[in-house]
Design a protein around this ligand. Structure first.
Ligand SMILES: *[C@@H]1O[C@H](CO)[C@@H](O)[C@H](O)[C@H]1NC(C)=O
Ligand SMILES: *[C@@H]1O[C@H](CO)[C@@H](O)[C@H](O)[C@H]1NC(C)=O
Ligand SMILES: *[C@@H]1O[C@H](CO)[C@@H](O)[C@H](O)[C@H]1NC(C)=O
Ligand SMILES: *[C@@H]1O[C@H](CO)[C@@H](O)[C@H](O)[C@H]1NC(C)=O
Ligand SMILES: *[C@@H]1O[C@H](CO)[C@@H](O)[C@H](O)[C@H]1NC(C)=O
Ligand SMILES: *[C@@H]1O[C@H](CO)[C@@H](O)[C@H](O)[C@H]1NC(C)=O
Length: 376
């Protein structure tokens, strides 16, 4: 009898923390996180790459302007742009916080403390190797550190931190691996370099294979819990809405997003999920979860009004219907920044504000919590 009375306050406590999602993933007992990916999760690798890293806008304010509030917990200095492609935190930061872990340090920061994991993600990177894209006449303009290269870094990292395979398996027993989002840039570069939707579709199987290779490799090191995120509804992003703006109203869906581009993102995501299901059968001992960034974003759109979000315009940018111009992007001279980024979903027309990422991460954290089989 007595235990029942004791349990009730406990349940209320658990339920109330569940509502905020703030530490929901603590019950998963993750002690490390490893991230492979692109600008959606880069916490400082690209800006440390030679030769162009320091000259990218992400190395300077207004990127990271929200960090003027101070220390962020991974050894990054306060008041520093950090290399994140946003005004502040990314989804991966909120996921780390929800797991009770420090924010993930970038691999390229030689001074970082990697005891709780490493972030290998590089802004601008692709799932396919630059050389492979080049054979399709697609040029990687920002970095050659594709998923393939990041997996090589991961091999080097585990070679230097594990004594042998068994040691790695033991060390990674409670680690969370995030393989993506990656692949979005393969399509971005293709489309902005003049490829047709048909050509984009024909790339999907190869991109999905490259991502699956990343999952297999992670599992071969000892990963037991892997999240594989899909693509965003790219037709909702100002960069695409500006490039493909049209007067044909049937080109838009009820959220004013470009249908054809969203359909393409869904096409990639469906193939990715099929590949994940196949891989699950091959690896019954690993928990492999699809990260539904597409629907997390849709949910953000649906709650936009209740969050008081500006739906169309980017916070940092200039011109046009969406406050976006490809030749004068956020970070360029005299491009204005809105005074109230928390009222915007889009930070710069490509990436979200930290508030937007937080709302998406809250949705995802709850979804991961259920699917990663974490228990109270
Ligand atoms: C960051 O810089 C701004 C402007 O220079 C200053 O007001 C603020 O106090 C700084 N914050 C920290 C944590 O150093
Ligand atoms: C961030 O810190 C680095 C290293 O101390 C420095 O070179 C850079 O100028 C800083 N960036 C900003 C935006 O303060
Ligand atoms: C990528 O590699 C190619 C071939 O080695 C090189 O020409 C190019 O400059 C590299 N790009 C970047 C962004 O480092
Ligand atoms: C990792 O270690 C193995 C065995 O010692 C070695 O064969 C391999 O070349 C190493 N790989 C890297 C990337 O350092
Ligand atoms: C849409 O229609 C207006 C008025 O007819 C025209 O000025 C504008 O160029 C059109 N925009 C596009 C993207 O076709
Ligand atoms: C974008 O910026 C360029 C250069 O400043 C300008 O020529 C062009 O008209 C702008 N485009 C739009 C749609 O505002």
């Amino acid at each position: 009898m007595a235990t029942k009375f004791l349990l009730l306050p406990l349940i209320i406590l658990v339920l109330s923390s569940l509502c905020t999602n703030a530490h929901l993933l603590k019950t998963c007992n993750f002690d490390q996180m490893y991230q492979l990916g692109d600008s959606i999760s880069d916490t400082g690798n690209l800006i440390r790459e030679f030769p162009i890293g320091t000259s990218t806008p992400f190395a300077r304010l207004p990127y990271g302007e929200a960090f003027s509030r101070g220390y962020i917990g991974d050894g990054t200095l306060p008041n520093n742009s950090t290399g994140r492609c946003s005004n502040g935190f990314l989804m991966i930061d909120y996921i780390a916080m929800a797991a009770g872990l420090p924010t993930l340090p970038p691999y390229k920061n030689v001074e970082a403390d990697f005891r709780h994991g490493v972030n290998f993600a590089v802004a601008g990177s692709t799932a396919l190797r630059s050389e492979v894209l080049a054979t399709k006449h697609i040029f990687s303009p920002v970095t050659n550190s594709s998923l393939y290269v990041q997996l090589d870094w991961m091999t080097k990292h585990f070679n230097s931190t594990c004594l042998n395979h068994r040691d790695c398996v033991e060390k990674l027993e409670n680690a969370l691996f995030m393989v993506g989002e990656i692949g979005g840039n393969d399509y971005n570069y293709a489309i902005f370099q003049g490829k047709t939707m048909e050509e984009l579709r024909s790339m999907v199987p190869e991109v999905v294979d490259a991502i699956m290779n990343g999952v297999r490799k992670s599992i071969s090191f000892g990963a037991t819990r892997v999240v594989v995120p899909g693509n965003f509804p790219i037709g909702c992003l100002p960069i695409y809405q500006t490039a493909f703006e049209t007067n044909i109203s049937s080109a838009y869906d009820e959220n004013k997003c470009l249908k054809q581009l969203n359909e393409f993102a869904m096409y990639h995501n469906e193939q990715l999920q099929q590949a994940i299901n196949k891989l699950k059968q091959e690896n019954p001992n690993a928990i492999i979860v699809y990260g539904d960034y597409y629907n997390a974003y849709q949910s953000l759109l649906q709650s936009a009004t209740s969050h008081g979000f500006e739906m169309e315009k980017a916070c940092c940018g200039i011109g046009g219907k969406y406050n976006f111009n490809l030749t004068r992007m956020c970070g360029a001279p005299d491009v204005p920044v809105c005074p109230d980024p928390h009222r915007y979903m889009s930070w710069d027309g490509v990436y979200l504000t930290e508030k937007g990422y937080r709302v998406m991460a809250d949705w995802l954290i709850y979804d991961f919590f259920t699917k990663l089989q974490c228990h109270f």
